[in-house]
Design a protein around this ligand. Structure first.
Ligand code: ATP
Ligand code: MG
Length: 246
């Protein structure tokens, strides 16, 4: 099982968009059973898939150690969701045990900010994907993120920065991307960027992944490229431990 945490303490950077559409891309690409986990009390991941108010296995059940089956996503075989819950995790509760669900990939969508649960999920994650916008504030947040990882005893080797909402036409985006590439190389910066795409912003309103809403959009192409990058090469059997590095 591959455990992927989507995290950035900064809000509105593309965490939920990445969790939903990377998950869908992996499921479509034959990566096996993909389970999305909506850790955020805002419950945006569940809402993005039209599952607001849906009954079924939630993070509250999972945190309480109950067994259950994640809710299937319509029109996307092999993709299911552990639904969100408006109550944040108890400060002292153990992180949900990924082995309690049957999955090849578990993708956690974290809330912005920081809390003890996200620290524990991060410690157990194989990879941390950190969406950010390629601007001054995005750059500024990276050192805070790295400090958090260090304080939690998580190796920086697991960090993968993912530039989202990228526009080649903006000089600031090009410059910040170049600075990140210089500092992190392909070990810490994903070689794939997610371009700014109105279709990606529209899809949650339809309760659909980008593949349901606009399968030929740049957003769909970018998340498919990201999924291919993360998947092990055909024939190797195993799973890449860290995207872009190993
Ligand atoms: N590549 C993109 N192109 C255009 N719009 C995008 C893109 N990625 C995300 N968005 C939009 O930006 C907004 C914030 O995205 P998203 O909800 O994924 O961020 P987040 O980091 O999960 O936010 P929060 O911190 O509140 O959980 C949403 O309206 C989303 O549709
Ligand atoms: Mg979110």
């Amino acid at each position: 099982m591959m455990r992927v945490l989507i995290y950035n303490q900064k809000g509105g950077v593309g965490k939920t968009t990445t969790a939903v559409n990377l998950g869908a891309a992996l499921a479509r690409a034959g990566a096996g059973r993909v389970v999305l986990v909506d850790l955020d009390p805002q419950m945006h991941l569940s809402a993005s898939l039209g599952l607001t108010g849906a009954a079924g296995f939630s993070v509250a059940d999972w945190r309480a150690g109950k067994a259950g089956v994640p809710v299937d996503v319509a029109d996307c075989p092999n993709l299911s969701v552990v639904l969100g819950h408006p109550e944040p995790a108890d400060e002292t509760a153990a992180a949900p045990d990924p082995d309690a669900i049957a999955a090849d990939w578990v993708i956690y969508d974290a809330a912005p900010g920081w809390n003890p649960e996200v620290a524990r999920v991060m410690q157990a994650a194989d990879t941390v994907i950190s969406p950010l916008e390629a601007d001054f504030l995005g750059l500024n947040g990276v050192s805070r993120l790295m400090k958090r990882m260090q304080e939690s005893g998580v190796s920086w080797d697991r960090l993968n920065l993912l530039i989202c909402r990228y526009s080649d036409r903006l000089a600031v985006h090009r410059e910040v991307r170049a600075r990140l590439a210089e500092r992190f190389g392909t070990r810490g910066l994903m070689p794939i960027v997610i371009r700014n795409s109105v279709r990606l912003a529209e899809a949650p309103g339809q309760g659909q992944t980008i593949y349901g809403h606009a399968p030929t959009s740049t957003g769909a192409a970018d998340y498919s490229a990201l999924a291919r990058h993360l998947m092990p090469p055909v024939g190797t059997g195993g799973t890449k431990k860290k995207a872009g590095a190993v």
